[in-house]
Design a protein around this ligand. Structure first.
Ligand SMILES: O=P(O)(O)OC[C@H]1O[C@H](O[C@H]2O[C@H](CO)[C@@H](O)[C@H](O)[C@H]2O)[C@H](O)[C@@H](O)[C@@H]1O
Length: 461
């Protein structure tokens, strides 16, 4: 067996495990990011000094550490989480600070797919995103240039997302394609012509290794090899933990013949990629260049991801000193992201608030904060029925909270012009729902007649 170094960055360790024949590499260089206690790190490093067989145990140890679900919730874990969240606050809690930091800048959105737009499931072929998430991302792409950056192959993730107006960077950023439907940000055909595949020479090797891994791992129940065109994934989410060392040996026995491939870890998955200097961080920079924003000081890139490969993009944003990364995780992980969100549902809430903020700030700028196609949620504070009847005639609005197509509301305000404008002025500064206390029974109509409190503006556009 030729002696090859196979780098297995431990997804949660602070070290890259360089499995090497020479004991000289006992102290692997500190790897980017990684969350592992000192004691576990010492144990893992100790494994490196033991003979080859036991080195595989180091792999299994890091495979185990790569799946936080193994972390039983204990008081120390919740203390860890509390201190971690202080350094990586929720992007939802920090929303106002985030949008303030983006004022006057061009936001560009970069979204990982698995674990960010779609929940993690056992079967990779069934990792569907919800309809409401798709609707949200579609609206987001009308507000900001938006790219999907994923380990999945481009065609596969397009079949999941089904939005032609987005940019796609599949195979961990090694397969970049511009939008195939024009939108506000890609009117000219330049965007649609974007196609960049820096690892195209590796295609025959990837296919060859794919076949060998399928053959080699078929004896391990639950193991699944996924071909993502310029990279491969060996899934062990459904493999009995007692079989993980067998699987690690099987993968290692194939890769030892391919020194131009490297092994990294993701969420219960072994990722096999070409050793070219390209990753999601490089893909982010390439896309900013494609948008003509790479040297623009007013660009504000936002990258949302959940896995080890997204750290390359988080670090890129820190290096550039622009925008920020948001890690999607329920558990503390060492990360270069600034903020955190717990799961895809929180990602959707964050994106929805971004869309709402964009529309409200557009209207505030145009001093015309309501669009015909907006829908307003109204809470009508009861007032003497005669006013309501006189103003609204028989088209009386329900007294309960209701949704009213805005064009009807705008016609209404022409009648109520004198009375509603103050409420609308207030509404234009409201980014989201305001709490409306229960109308008091004895509330008298003010001298301005009916009082309307707009609880939120749902932007239809
Ligand atoms: O860059 P990403 O979009 O996050 O892709 C990373 C890997 O995601 C997928 O695997 C993960 O999601 C699966 C479905 O939820 C889950 O079964 C698996 O355990 C996770 O690791 C995808 O299948 C991989 O090819 C990607 O590399």
């Amino acid at each position: 067996m030729t002696q090859q170094n196979v780098v297995v960055p431990d997804t949660t360790s602070g070290v890259s495990l360089t499995v090497s024949p020479t004991p000289a590499q006992k102290k692997p260089p500190p790897a980017p990011g990684g969350y592992i206690s000192i004691s576990r790190r010492r144990r893992v490093l100790k494994n490196l000094e033991i003979n080859g067989d036991q080195r595989v145990n180091a792999w299994v140890e890091s495979m185990r550490a790569s799946s936080p679900t193994h972390l039983k919730s204990t008081p120390s874990l919740s203390q860890d989480h509390n201190s971690w969240i202080l350094h990586h606050p929720s992007a939802l809690d920090m929303f106002d600070q985030i949008v303030d930091a983006s004022k006057g800048k061009q936001i560009v959105m970069f979204l990982d797919y698995d674990g960010t737009l779609s929940p993690i499931v056992e079967d990779p072929d069934r990792a569907f995103m919800s309809h409401s998430m798709r609707k949200t991302v579609k609206k987001l792409a009308r507000c900001f240039p938006t790219a999907i950056v994923t380990g999945r192959c481009k065609d596969k993730v397009y079949n999941f997302v089904q939005l032609a107006e987005l940019y796609y960077a599949g195979s961990h950023g090694m397969d970049i394609k511009g939008p195939t439907r024009s939108s506000k940000y890609n009117k000219d055909s330049k965007a649609e012509a974007i196609l960049f595949q820096p690892a195209s020479d590796f295609l025959p090797m990837i296919d060859e290794v794919y076949q060998q891994l399928v053959e080699k791992t078929k004896s391990t129940p639950g193991a699944m090899v996924e071909n993502n065109k310029f990279c491969l994934s060996v899934h062990f989410r459904c493999v009995d933990e007692k079989k993980w060392s067998d699987l690690a040996r099987q993968v290692k026995s194939v890769l030892k013949e391919y020194p131009k491939l490297r092994l990294t870890q993701g969420r219960k998955v072994l990722e096999i990629r070409p050793t070219i200097k390209w990753d999601k961080g490089k893909a982010l920079e390439f896309l900013l260049e494609s948008l003509g924003l790479a040297n623009c000081s007013d660009v504000f890139p936002v990258y949302i991801g959940d896995d080890r490969s997204d750290e390359d993009a988080f670090k890129k944003l820190r290096d550039r000193g622009q925008g920020f990364g948001i890690l999607v995780s329920k558990f503390p992980k060492d990360t270069s992201a600034y903020y955190s969100l717990q799961e895809p549902d929180e990602v959707m809430s964050f994106l929805q608030r971004l869309v709402e903020w964009k529309h409200m700030s557009q209207r505030a700028r145009q001093n015309n904060f309501l669009d015909e196609e907006d829908t307003l949620k109204l809470e009508i504070i009861p007032s003497p029925s005669m006013i309501i009847d006189r103003i609204l005639g028989d088209s009386r609005m329900k007294m309960a909270p209701c949704q009213l197509p805005c064009y009807k509301f705008l016609k209404l305000t022409q009648k109520l012009q004198l009375w509603v404008r103050p409420a609308l002025e207030v509404a234009s500064r409201i980014h989201s729902c305001t709490a409306v206390d229960q109308p008091k029974k004895d509330r008298e109509a003010t001298d301005k007649g009916v009082t309307l409190i707009i609880t939120s503006v749902l932007c239809q556009s």
